[in-house]
Design a protein around this ligand. Structure first.
Ligand code: BYC
Ligand code: FE
Ligand code: FE
Length: 472
């Protein structure tokens, strides 16, 4: 395990200084990355000091440093989690045998594809969020947005390191292309669906960090079980940063719910919008929208890709060590499929259902958060309850795509679906309303009317701390 080198151009614990060729290649990529950040990262705040966390080590206790940093000066580093004992392949045909310290020729293409797909989401999310700083509900939230953004940038670095180090010329080309695709671009879109959807306002930002970053948690956890050891250790460390992103989304929506319940109680007709707040129907539509796009990110329910990734030990299940049988050759997974215009139960080979197994863990995690949000509503005396729609609703990938379902998961006609779209999903009129109430609120300790303050600040600082210095 190399020690941490914080003073070189690219902070790292991967011994870059001992590999001058790799170091040069990454130092050549660095200005292109900075140019991308300047063009596609958060607009207009480049000269403002932000109270940011920077990864400086992989020690559990003290891995991060907090200080004011201007975003373009952020120290994006490359860190691998330390190995505990001899790493082994965690799943599939070769479970229990030594892990690969280099890329096995037969898995080169599959690994490259997985790494590129993971990498692509990181800059995509920064692009999606680039304008949100202009309408932040507080300096506290503004800081959290920028924290998420710089860390997604570091996640890109983590994957680009793997591409440069282990995939030669192809890897360098892929790394260049990661800076060329653009979220939502008609000609050069990002790879996965959710990362091409607009994220125009803070309700979408919080839903995105709640639901889409949470897909990130589960995908990273599955890759943390990879038999390709550098990928496993890289994603393990990314997960330490990911927790904050999920916190931002979970508590962001929870604070909106709390405020909406207050406004509901305040209004003589219980009308949240009349008080300038975000009504619960709109919150539910936003949940429906981002949760289902995030479900798509797990891929098809029945997937030969997933089967071969698992079989070859490239990608495990969530917490693979908790399973008894790491080969999963036997066993079936039962799921509803559409046949002859009806839903019928069908058994598929377990390995082919690995995307669905991972999605199950994700859905259960989302359910736990929804239950907490409903507790908030209960405590506030509101009769409203929020819920997750069926995993068949509003899907664009997998066996339910191409069929129409209502949020309860019943097969319905395309006409019925279209007629209810604006009741079930975030639509352009919603965005108009949200943008009309989202004005920047940049006074330390002050919060926009549509959201409650957090219960505490960041890293022991008070809520009214000046998290972003907008004035010298
Ligand atoms: N959109 O066998 P199938 C994060 C494609 S988020 C568009 O069903 P597979 C983050 C698929 O590529 C975590 N296309 O799926 C969060 C395939 O294409 P080809 C990101 C899709 O391969 C917030 C075809 O459909 N990490 O970190 O088993 C902020 C059939 O594929 C989609 C990863 O994704 C979609 N949603 O599984 C910042 C991990 N879904 O081959 C960051 C790496 C599927 O026919 N990726 N397709 O051209 C993977 O492990 C897999 O690629 C997937 C798909 C799980 C995504
Ligand atoms: Fe990330
Ligand atoms: Fe994230």
């Amino acid at each position: 395990m190399s020690s941490v080198d914080l003073n070189s151009k690219i902070p790292n614990n991967v011994g870059l200084a001992d590999d001058p060729k790799l170091q040069r290649a990454l130092e050549k990529w660095l200005p292109n990355y900075l140019e991308w950040w300047h063009d596609m990262g958060p607009t207009d705040f480049e000269d403002k000091p932000v109270f940011l966390r920077t990864a400086i080590s992989v020690e559990r206790g003290g891995w991060a440093n907090y200080d004011y940093v201007k975003m373009p000066d952020y120290r994006w580093g490359i860190f691998l989690a330390p190995n505990e004992g001899e790493p082994t392949i965690k799943c599939g045909d070769d479970a229990g045998t030594p892990a690969w310290l280099d890329v096995p020729g037969e898995h080169r293409n599959a690994l490259r594809r997985i790494i590129v797909t993971q990498a692509d989401t990181e800059p995509a999310s920064v692009e999606q969020q680039r304008l949100l700083g202009h309408i932040a509900p507080s300096l506290y939230d503004l800081r959290n947005l920028f924290q998420v953004n710089v860390e997604e940038g570091r996640h890109l670095w983590a994957m680009v390191y793997l591409l440069h180090k282990y995939f030669g010329r192809d890897g360098r080309d892929e790394a260049d292309e990661l800076l060329q695709r653009r979220s939502g671009d008609a000609d050069k879109p990002r790879i996965l669906g959710a990362f091409n959807q607009p994220c125009d306002h803070w309700l979408s930002f919080f839903a995105f960090t709640m639901f889409t970053d949470r897909d990130g948690k589960y995908q990273l956890a599955a890759l943390a079980e990879s038999g390709f050891d550098p990928l496993a250790r890289s994603t393990q460390f990314m997960l330490t940063e990911e927790a904050h992103h999920l916190f931002v989304g979970d508590t962001g929506i929870q604070r909106i719910i709390k405020r909406s319940a207050e406004l509901q109680a305040l209004d003589p007709n219980g009308d949240v919008r009349a008080q300038g707040g975000i009504d619960f129907e709109l919150i539910q539509r936003t949940i429906n929208y981002w949760y289902t796009y995030s479900l798509d990110l797990f891929g098809g329910e029945i997937s030969s890709n997933a089967s071969s990734f698992f079989a070859s030990g490239l990608k495990g299940r969530f917490h693979e060590h908790r399973f008894e049988d790491h080969r999963a050759i036997e066993g079936e997974y039962r799921l509803p499929v559409v046949e002859g215009g009806k839903l019928v139960e069908k058994d598929v080979a377990l390995r082919n259902a690995m995307n669905e197994v991972l999605r199950d863990a994700y859905v259960a995690d989302c359910e736990r958060v929804i239950a907490r949000w409903n507790k908030t509503l209960e405590t506030a005396g509101s009769p409203t309850r929020l819920s997750l729609p069926s995993r068949r609703f509003h899907r664009h990938q997998g066996i339910y795509a191409g069929h129409a379902f209502d949020p309860q998961g019943n097969l319905i006609s395309a006409e019925e679906y279209e007629a209810n779209r604006s009741r079930w999903l975030l639509v352009p009129e919603d965005n108009e309303y949200l943008l009309s109430i989202m004005k920047p609120c940049y006074e330390p300790g002050k919060f926009a009317n549509w959201i409650a303050p957090p219960t505490k600040g960041i890293e022991g600082r008070p809520v009214e701390f000046e998290y972003v210095k907008l004035h010298d």
